[in-house]
Design a protein around this ligand. Structure first.
Ligand code: FES
Length: 104
């Protein structure tokens, strides 16, 4: 079964920033771009660095360790050295709360 779980408030993640969370033993990064809020697994597919240690540049997630770039909406790789996309999670904003869909 899956359910939406509150992970943060919108005030915690200003536009152009991202933040890492640990929920139900999953490391998750929530990014806030001009297109909205997005949730992804917080582990770079290249060498496991936390994506949340990097930053958002031109609406893309930039991994701090070796510079791979990912699309926050789809998780797709936009620049190497990563080759495998990041997994994404379903997210919705309800009032001031950011909720993500977690499997139980
Ligand atoms: S660990 Fe992210 S680019 Fe290498």
């Amino acid at each position: 079964m899956s359910e939406f779980v509150k992970i943060a408030t919108t005030a915690e993640i200003p536009m152009g920033e991202m933040k890492g969370f640990e929920v139900a033993e999953e490391k998750i990064v929530v990014a806030h771009t001009e297109k909205g809020y997005f949730a992804l697994i917080d582990e770079c597919t290249h060498d496991s660095a936390p994506i949340s240690d990097g930053r958002i540049r031109n609406g893309e997630l930039l991994c701090k360790r070796h510079g791979a770039r990912f699309d926050p909406e789809t998780g797709d790789v936009l620049a190497p050295p990563a080759l495998v996309p990041l997994d994404t999670l379903e997210l919705k904003v309800k009032g001031e709360d950011i909720l993500i869909l977690l499997d139980e």
